[in-house]
Design a protein around this ligand. Structure first.
Ligand SMILES: Cc1cc2nc3c(=O)[nH]c(=O)nc-3n(C[C@H](O)[C@H](O)[C@H](O)COP(=O)(O)OP(=O)(O)OC[C@H]3O[C@@H](n4cnc5c(N)ncnc54)[C@H](O)[C@@H]3O)c2cc1C
Length: 519
């Protein structure tokens, strides 16, 4: 059976999710197809920095202006996903104070409130920074949870009538009289594809866009730029710490809930490796070496995991490692560009600018379909981000859920599910049940992305059995409990192998002993 829509969006990263929400809010019959879980691509493998734009002020002033505008919008409309912790750009003795002056001027020209402060004041604000610093600038950087931001967009898209199909891989475009008229997508576990038709198809498939575009008969030159990151077992610093120099390796430390994330590298990788991205021990060494210059305490802080993602950068002339290639937003109208009507691409950009990317591509879709509805996403709060602060009488586990999901926590049934399942992150059964019902969670890795279960200090060592049992019960599939544990351990293992020393190695051995039956 063929299903008909106004618009089909391919890709369930933050860009596709935000585009699905914007299209649905403007009254379009919207379908989003994602080959894995929501956030399986770069949107689930980044630094979680809500850029103030300061990082790009010297090298890409337009990108910097986009970032600060979106930073201010997301602080308002996505408040439950953003921690407004601010950031410091520190200058070390081997860097240059002249660069710091240029940096401050460039920030101010881009509309970013950059405030130079003394090294003493920087150490007072953030005692973890390298005490050898010779200069510092305070900027409105923030930390953003990419999973929550994407989920909130998905939840709102569904509430406004969008259909979201996860685990559906787009395999082919339907072409009629030279026009793209829809797609064929293979649901996981099925033998044959389903057909979906729409008047416009939007490619929001991140780094996979180039390959999909090719199968539609258009060429997009992309540069897969790998970035590796490491996670430390607790919040070493409360602010985002950046190095005040031209963007380079390992010069940003971002606090994220109870942990800290250090990154990143930037290396060109072949397109045929993008489905198997992991951090290598060499990348971990490099990150640690550089990170310790920013925050010396990192040398003695437990590293719990390493991971890597691929930036969806578009070639704008010239080769490179990915830092000299456009990170700007790219909207391609393939009717105008390639003579292929019915197809539009949205790529490039950043997590920070995902709302704007969605607005631009939805404007284009509406123009093609003759729809006049204005964009509301800069004004309407995302689900969970309507003003909702924990009340003193609310129990602590509900306050933790409010901290993660804002007003969405009011939809969780704490009367039935007040038992704490993940102690590091204070996740209850009620939150697990909510994730199963609202976000179609199918296994522990999905659950981790949407609730932070297993993302805290113990990385699931102590809670994973409980999680597996409760998830299996909520799904009504008790027979899957052991499989859930085995899959989760396998997934965790990939991130732990490059950081196996000291306490992390001891913990891995402990985990192996505890879960011997499932390994
Ligand atoms: C290491 C690293 C660090 C970063 N740090 C930051 C940061 O701190 N701040 C910031 O603002 N930005 C950051 N970024 C950039 C940001 O993560 C990306 O720009 C953003 O996540 C891209 O989102 P997307 O939805 O366009 O792509 P993706 O998240 O990659 O989504 C594309 C989706 O398409 C799906 N897909 C692919 N093929 C098909 C198919 N055939 N059928 C159906 N679905 C398909 C994939 O499974 C995937 O889920 C970082 C990126 C990296 C790699």
């Amino acid at each position: 059976m063929t299903q008909e829509f106004d618009v089909i969006i391919v890709g369930g990263g933050v860009t596709g999710a935000a585009a699905a929400r914007d299209c649905a809010l403007r009254g379009l019959r919207t379908l989003l197809l994602e080959r894995g879980d929501i956030c399986d691509g770069a949107s689930g493998r980044n630094h979680g920095l809500l850029h103030s734009g300061a990082r790009y002020a010297v090298t890409d002033p337009e990108g910097a202006r986009e970032c600060i505008r979106e930073n201010q919008i997301l602080r308002r409309v996505a408040s439950s996903c953003v921690e407004p912790c601010d950031g410091l750009f520190i200058t070390l003795p081997e860097d240059s104070l002249e660069y710091q002056d240029r940096f401050v001027q460039a920030c101010r020209a881009a509309g970013i409130a950059a405030e130079p402060i003394s090294p003493e004041e920087a150490l007072r604000l953030e005692p973890a920074v390298n005490p050898a610093l010779i200069g510092a600038v305070k900027v409105p950087d923030a930390s953003v949870d990419p999973f929550r931001l994407t989920d909130a967009n998905i939840i709102d898209a569904v509430r406004h009538g969008a259909t979201i199909l996860k685990f559906h891989t787009v395999t082919e475009f339907i072409k009629e009289k030279g026009r793209i008229a829809g797609v064929r997508a293979l649901p996981h576990g099925e033998s044959g594809p389903l057909e979906f038709r729409a008047r416009e198809v939007v490619l929001a498939a991140g780094i996979w866009t180039a390959e999909l575009a090719r199968s539609a008969g258009v060429r997009i030159e992309m540069l897969p730029s790998k970035g590796a990151l490491i996670i430390f077992g607790h919040r070493v610093a409360g602010m985002v710490i950046n190095r005040c120099r031209k963007p380079a390796n390992a010069d940003i430390l971002v606090p994220g809930d109870v942990v800290s994330v250090l990154g990143t590298t930037s290396d060109k990788v072949p397109l045929d490796t993008i489905d198997d991205m992991h951090a290598t021990p060499e990348e971990v060494d490099l990150l640690l070496w550089e990170g310790v210059q920013l925050v010396p305490a990192l040398a003695s802080t437990r590293v719990i995991r390493a991971y890597a993602g691929v930036r969806p950068l578009v070639m704008a002339g010239g080769e490179g490692d990915g830092r000299n290639v456009s990170r700007g937003i790219v909207v391609l109208d393939h009717e105008l560009r390639d003579g292929v009507p019915g197809l539009i691409t949205i790529t490039g950009g950043k997590l920070t600018t995902s709302r704007l990317m969605a607005e631009l591509v939805t404007d284009k879709v509406c123009e093609k379909l003759g729809v006049k509805a204005p964009c509301r996403t800069a004004l309407d709060p995302l689900p969970g981000s309507e003003k909702r602060h924990p009340k003193a009488e609310e129990p602590y586990f509900k306050r933790a859920a409010i901290g993660r999901h804002g007003s969405e926590a009011d939809r969780m049934d704490f009367k039935r599910g007040r038992e704490i399942i993940c102690e590091c992150e204070q996740v209850t059964r009620a939150e697990i049940a909510w994730a199963v019902q609202t976000l179609g969670v199918r296994n522990i890795s999905d659950l981790r992305r949407h609730t932070r279960i297993g993302m805290g200090t113990c990385q699931g060592s102590f809670c994973i059995r409980k999680v597996a049992r409760v998830l299996a019960e909520e799904l009504g599939k008790p027979e899957l409990e052991r499989d859930f544990i085995a899959d989760y351990l396998q997934e965790r293992w990939k991130g732990m192998t490059p950081v196996l020393w000291g306490d992390t190695l001891r913990e891995a051995e402990y985990m192996q002993t505890m879960h011997r039956d499932e390994i």
